[in-house]
Write a protein that binds this ligand. Sequence first.
Ligand code: GDP
Ligand code: MG
Length: 331
Amino acid sequence: MTRNPAPGDLAQRIRAGDRRALAKGITLVESGRADDRVAAIALLTALGTDRQALRIGLSGTPGVGKSTFIESFGLMLTGQGKRVAVLAVDPSSARSGGSILGDKTRMDYLARDPLAFIRPSPSQTQLGGVARRTREAVALCEAAGFDIVLIETVGVGQSETMVAQMADLFVLLLAPAGGDELQGVKRGIMEMADLILVNKADGDLKSQAMRTCADYAGALRLLRKRPQDPEDFPKAMTVSALEQHGLAAAWDDMQHLANWRRDTGIWDEVRLAQVSYWFTEDVRQGLVQLLESDPALQDAMTTAKAQVLSGKLAPSVAAAQVLAALKGLAP
Ligand SMILES: Nc1nc2c(ncn2[C@@H]2O[C@H](COP(=O)(O)OP(=O)(O)O)[C@@H](O)[C@H]2O)c(=O)[nH]1
Ligand SMILES: [Mg+2]
């Protein structure tokens, strides 16, 4: 208890834009310890939910240029006086032992920018846990007054869907492809994208990037029209993160899309659908965790399971016993 400052104190410092306090707050929400969880909930309560940033989810396979893009794009935004936070989601980092933002060298300039805040992904295994921690980190960055929160994720597993579920805009970064292959981008991921950026449109790769972009623009037109899109969206365009080409155009499009969604009320609708989804998700996960950790429930499980295994009870009857024990725990 002495380790954690009073939640009100920390909240006040975070809201004042103190980056060390923000880093500390994120460490707190990332912690798996039960007492830290209590402090984290108190912190989130004290912070409130009145501030909003533009949340941009950014996905793409390793090597496509995400880090380079975030640095160039982030510096362009801070150059306009915007405060930019970068968070990373990498469910594979626990296995590989490294984080996607571990290659710090490419973010050196942005990391030193007083208007930017970069938080690498902690190593963790369970996607559900990653989702909650990332969402809470986003909430902390919003409370700290950041204008834009970039959430980077690698193109593996369900992490893209998860990031799309907490972002206002979802950007898919691709590299120029050889021939007419569509880089095996899954349809579901294409359907989530608001903007497809074909990176590395420079030097020898430029014409290839333009062809790839045209292929994707064509593929996007074949998708069913979504209610959250104005005319001409979702869109594919070329950029060069390295040479900093096309970044301003990409930003213009993102702002146009965000403003359109705000004006039509879709922005609020989407945010409401997201909080509703995450609320249900958190309750579900909390129940599973309770089932796995509460001693009384564990006993009920063991007893009921033994009866199933010895043929005394049908699985559904035994399950009903455990659920009755769960209800017994309710206040
Ligand atoms: N030619 C070119 N290379 C790039 C560009 N952006 C990134 N790269 C290179 O692609 C490689 C992977 O970049 P990185 O940002 O680490 O990709 P990430 O794994 O998606 O984060 C590095 O060698 C970068 O220098 C670009 O716009 N043009
Ligand atoms: Mg990277």
